[in-house]
Design a protein around this ligand. Structure first.
Ligand code: SAH
Length: 261
């Protein structure tokens, strides 16, 4: 027997111990033998084993070298499972001919960075099923006009459908996290790159920095007073937090095209 190592807080290690939930997660992925699954942070393999049972090909990326070694041993007899010892944030998605589905009970402190990375690589990704902190799930899925709707909701929903799945209680993990968890499904829809996405991300962040003010104040501060003229009426009198993601992108494109910031 290996001595048990204490979970590493810095790596967001909360291992899933509830088998029903593990099965529900794997069902939500709905993998078939033709799929390629990328698992983020397999840990002790609570999901990896069940995912392997679907017959899909799996690439599982684990940053904790000890855990990665254990998993390599465990799956050494299965040629469809590849364990990568490394940081998912540095993982290079390759061009594949099969649909790539991402899955993971991810380290909660990296959720935004992981989601951004998936958005950046969406041309190569079909969908993602991720466990995250309930509060973050609510923001990703947040609708215009609610207080949860923010820059990250806009960025993600511009290119993907976001669906909150089931809630997972702290008792399903060891050690127990201090927060409720939620499974979220992200299905990428606009997979082709949009013009000046980096510029758009900055635009949205700054605009939400003034979310309680009329949107036109932000526009005037960034593009000059005269630029307000090209906005439709309802965008002049409304706040950014009430506009849909595609409306915000269209305004960004219009302003960038017609007025230099
Ligand atoms: N999926 C497992 C483990 C979840 S805990 C389960 O459900 O039980 C989160 C896992 O992500 C841990 O194993 C942790 O070591 C790993 N991890 C943390 N940061 C990572 C990173 N940047 N890249 C890949 N894995 C990471």
């Amino acid at each position: 027997m290996q001595p048990t190592r204490p979970a590493k807080k810095s790596l967001g290690q909360n291992f899933l111990v509830d088998e029903n939930i593990a099965h529900k997660i794997v069902d939500a992925v709905s993998a078939s033998p033709a799929d390629l699954l990328i698992e983020i942070g397999p840990g002790k393999g609570a999901l990896t084993g069940l995912l392997a049972d679907t017959g899909a090909r799996i690439v599982a990326i684990e940053k904790d070298g000890h855990l990665a070694e254990d998993l390599k041993m465990r799956f050494s007899g299965n040629p469809k499972v590849q364990i990568v010892s490394g940081d998912f944030l540095e993982y290079e998605f390759e061009d594949r001919t099969v649909p790539v589905k991402v899955v993971g009970n991810i380290p909660y402190n990296l959720t935004s960075r992981i989601v951004s990375r998936l958005v950046d690589n969406r041309v190569k990704i079909d969908s993602a099923v991720l466990m995250m902190q309930e509060e973050v799930a609510t923001r990703l899925a947040g609708l215009p006009g609610t207080k949860e709707y923010g820059a990250i909701s806009v960025r993600l929903q511009l290119v993907a459908a976001v669906e909150k799945l089931f809630l997972v209680a702290p008792g399903c993990f060891r050690p127990r996290p201090r927060v409720d968890s939620r499974m979220v499904r992200i299905v990428f829809q606009n997979r082709e790159p949009l013009k000046d996405e980096d510029g758009f991300v900055m635009f949205v962040k700054s605009a939400f920095g003034m979310r309680r003010k009329m949107f036109r104040h932000f526009v005037a501060s960034r593009y000059g007073k005269g630029s307000i003229e090209i906005l439709e009426d309802r965008f002049r009198t409304g706040r950014i937090e009430t506009f849909a993601p595609d409306e915000i992108y269209n305004m960004f494109a219009l302003l960038e095209k017609n007025v230099r910031p």
